[in-house]
Design a protein around this ligand. Structure first.
Ligand code: DC
Length: 227
């Protein structure tokens, strides 16, 4: 079976992570959560006392943390300087600051290089999820998917995920999510965007199982297409 590279982009709450992990597991591919990498570098900046509103300070420090991603879809991992960062990168503080840190061009250059080397090393292929994978990181991906959903559906999913971890009501989640998407879509360097050749899948009225099936079918069609 030939190696295949799948790029899955879209805003938060569209089911990107759950879909990407399940598709990778089902097809025996590696999996990379690029949002986790931006969260990890943000966590490092906060932990090291760097003011996230100071782009120059972030740019200067951007080469310091050593970020490693484990790409098994059944148990993805993320470490910073050898320390497990899976828990700390999901806090409200990191979530509220990640857009500012990930907008800094030096951060994007560093993380993009890391992402490309991980994709190149994945022998059987990989599912890479993010915001700019199809447009910037892997423009030659075999298949590009852009997931969307209504703001209401996305906020409902996100507050479901957060339940029990942090107090959050639907309206607050919806507001924070729209604010972050706006920042991610309007930054100068590689904003959240659908690649011209991406397949758009609106997940608003689909179950997770239906989205997974849809993407698996698209990958299989690509693999067998024209052969
Ligand atoms: O997918 P996520 O919510 O964990 O992503 C966290 C943030 O990281 C998101 O708000 C924007 C940034 N990000 C990015 O700029 N580019 C990517 N490819 C992935 C995430």
């Amino acid at each position: 079976m030939e190696s295949v590279i799948v790029a899955i982009d879209g805003p938060s709450g569209t089911g990107k992570s759950s879909t990407s992990k399940a598709v990778a597991a089902e097809l025996g591919l590696s999996y990379l959560d690029t949002g986790a990498q931006y969260r990890a570098i943000t966590w490092w900046m906060i932990s090291n006392g760097i003011d996230v509103s100071d782009a120059a300070a972030i740019a200067t420090a951007s080469g310091k943390p050593f970020i490693e991603s484990g790409t098994d879809p059944a148990a993805p991992t993320i470490t910073v300087d050898g320390v497990d960062a899976a828990g700390p990168i999901r806090t409200q503080e990191v979530t509220s600051k990640v857009s500012a840190v990930s907008a800094v061009p030096e951060v994007r250059a560093r993380i993009t290089e890391l992402q490309r080397s991980i994709a190149a090393a994945a022998e059987k292929g990989i599912v890479v999820e993010g915001r700019d994978i199809g447009t910037t990181v892997l423009p030659d991906a075999d298949l590009k998917i852009f997931l969307t959903a209504s703001p209401e559906a996305r906020a409902a999913r996100r507050s479901g995920e957060l339940k029990g971890k942090e107090a959050s009501d639907l309206a607050t989640t919806r507001e924070a999510l729209i604010k972050r998407d706006h920042a991610d879509s309007n930054r100068k360097t590689s904003p959240l965007a659908k690649a011209d050749d991406a397949v758009e899948v609106d997940t608003t009225d689909l179950t997770l199982a239906q989205v997974i099936e849809c993407v698996v079918t698209l990958v299989e069609e690509k693999r067998t297409g024209g052969k």
